[in-house]
Ligand binder design. Structure first.
Ligand code: SAH
Ligand code: ZN
Ligand code: ZN
Ligand code: ZN
Ligand code: ZN
Length: 513
């Protein structure tokens, strides 16, 4: 429901004043929902309210939790709208049709067939992003197909698949080698034995590669992601098709149990959750989901460890710090700059156009998290954490105050450290860019009034655009005829646990050989 990652590039000089007459869209979580939320193809929808001039409009509506673009999911329903039986049935049919054509089990079975083929027969269709079995070749005859897919390629699906580029719904930003290796090394140094990867396919992949490579490296990984292309490469116990905005497992109870078992293994010892959600996503639904995963982990705890917290790395831009801390007050933001392969703007240090604004938020004690000294990070004794090279300890604030990696300077009237480009304005009574126009609340976000980002990167703006469009469309609509795309019906195929285990072993044998 919000700004795509790319717009973050526009977040440059954040102001610090809000605008009272702002509008946008907010998610509401009714404490006592009268009715369960209706379902779209992406699971339960979320309840939204439009906020105009700081006031909530009274009519609330349901919309898709995952898709920030109507083109991807056009679900819209007023909260108080009554639907006819016929429309409900049509919606149900539509939801069914939108599911992936193959069940999770069928995907796993196809993978096993695929790895039994001799190399020259192992083809991958780039257009359909699909591993092909000989019986599929004919249908992809005119597509661009690559052959000789090796075991090495199968182990690195994030390189074989192209990153999804749909800016609004599912832009995939894959960790650069530097960051991914750092994370894997860190997780191992911290002694974790299981990593729940929520929206981190490349990290999942690297953990598995490392475990194959290095017998001493003993970490298991489970990937939860909405990108079901990954289901072609992993067995059911290492990938679940999942929506992190509503904690929805597309493959139902069996998948939920995979996740539960993973979290609760060893009485919950040794597990960490690492997540890198789309930045456009709203923080609150993510927090609600993560609390559900935490609760799932907690169920498996013994009484005497009830005070413990599930270790979490939440990777997100630094200007969401206050939002994340609202939901997870024990979290601390690390100085480490997370960077991405396919994001030209955000490269570490001086090579990219800008320094990456993406950080790690965590409840792991920051003094245990050693940041690479070869990149200039150093330990601040007073703060008891590693900080970036230019981040200086301010004696007035009693902390290393820089958020963006540059050296910040203390402003006495404001009683805090501010960005180097800011100067104190006596007219406004606060720090701002020297060329700001006094009195105008231009620096803060025009949409939501928050001070830590601009309109162009407001987490609410895309949502409000989408909703305005949706509302307009809804009003126009006289008869509701759903367009139905004909895709294959999903077949429910339950495999027994033992069969599954056998298949897993076969796959494992292959990938380890
Ligand atoms: N840096 C990570 C990828 C982060 S990009 C890595 O290299 O491993 C965001 C990821 O979240 C993508 O893999 C995307 O498919 C996934 N994602 C996007 N929306 C999601 C949703 N609603 N539920 C679950 N995963 C989602
Ligand atoms: Zn949807
Ligand atoms: Zn310090
Ligand atoms: Zn200071
Ligand atoms: Zn000031």
């Amino acid at each position: 429901m919000a700004a795509p990652r790319d717009c973050l590039g526009a977040v440059e000089e954040e102001g610090n004043s809000g605008r009272p007459g702002s509008s946008g869209v907010e998610v509401v979580f009714p404490s006592d929902p009268a009715t369960p939320a209706p379902l779209c193809p992406h699971g339960p929808t979320l309840l939204f309210v439009k906020v105009n001039q700081g006031k909530e409009e009274t009519r609330r509506f349901y919309a898709c939790s995952a898709c920030r673009d109507r083109k991807d999911c056009n679900f819209f329903q007023w909260e108080d709208e009554k639907l006819s039986e016929a429309r409900l049935a049509a919606r149900e049919a539509h939801n069914q049709r939108c599911q992936p054509p193959l069940s999770r089990t069928q995907c796993a079975e196809r993978f096993l067939k695929f790895i039994e083929l001799p190399l020259p027969l192992r083809k991958f269709c780039q257009r359909c992003q699909q591993l092909l079995l000989p019986e599929d070749w004919e249908r992809h005859r005119e597509h661009r197909v690559v052959g000789d897919i090796s075991a090495g390629q199968l182990r690195r699906p994030s390189q074989l698949l192209y990153p999804l580029e749909n800016k609004k719904t599912n832009a995939q930003y894959l960790f650069a080698e530097r960051t991914c290796r750092f994370l894997v090394g860190l997780l191992s140094a911290l002694g974790f034995t299981r990593v729940l990867c929520v929206g981190t396919p490349r990290l999942h992949e690297l953990i598995r590669l490392k475990a194959l490579d290095d017998k001493k490296f003993n970490i298991k990984s489970l990937l939860l992601d909405i990108d079901f292309r990954y289901s072609q490469f992993y067995m059911e116990d290492s990938f679940c098709h999942y929506n992190m905005f509503n904690h929805h497992f597309f493959d139902g109870k069996a998948a939920l149990e995979v996740c539960r078992t993973f979290l609760q293994e060893d009485k919950g010892e040794g597990v960490i959750m690492v997540t890198d959600p789309p930045f456009g996503g709203l923080v609150e639904p993510l927090a609600v989901t993560f609390k559900k995963l935490i609760a799932m982990w907690k169920e498996g705890q013994s009484q005497d460890s009830s005070h413990k917290e599930l270790p979490i790395f939440w990777i997100f831009p630094y200007f969401f710090e206050s939002r994340i801390l609202q939901f997870f007050p024990s979290f601390c933001m690390l100085d480490y700059q997370v960077d991405y392969d396919n994001h030209a703007l955000y490269k570490h240090g001086k090579t990219g156009r800008k320094q990456s604004p993406v950080r790690i938020f965590t409840n792991v004690p920051p003094n245990k998290i050693v940041l690479p000294s070869e990149e200039g990070y150093r330990f601040c004794l007073l703060c008891q954490r590693y900080v970036s090279l230019e981040n200086q300890h301010c004696e007035h604030c009693d902390s290393c105050t820089s958020k963006d990696g540059r050296k910040w300077s203390h402003c006495f009237p404001c009683k805090k450290c501010v960005k180097p480009s800011w100067t104190h304005c006596s007219t406004c009574g606060r720090c701002a860019l020297p060329d700001h126009s006094c009195g105008a609340p231009k620096d803060g976000c025009f949409v939501c009034g928050e001070s830590d980002h601009k309109r162009s990167s407001c987490p609410k703006i895309a949502a409000s655009k989408k909703v305005n469009k949706a509302v307009r469309k809804q009003k126009q609509r006289k008869s509701n005829k759903m367009k139905m795309e004909a895709t294959e019906e999903q077949s429910m195929n339950h495999t027994s646990v033992t069969r599954r285990k056998k298949r897993r072993e076969r796959a494992h044998q292959y990938l380890c050989s």
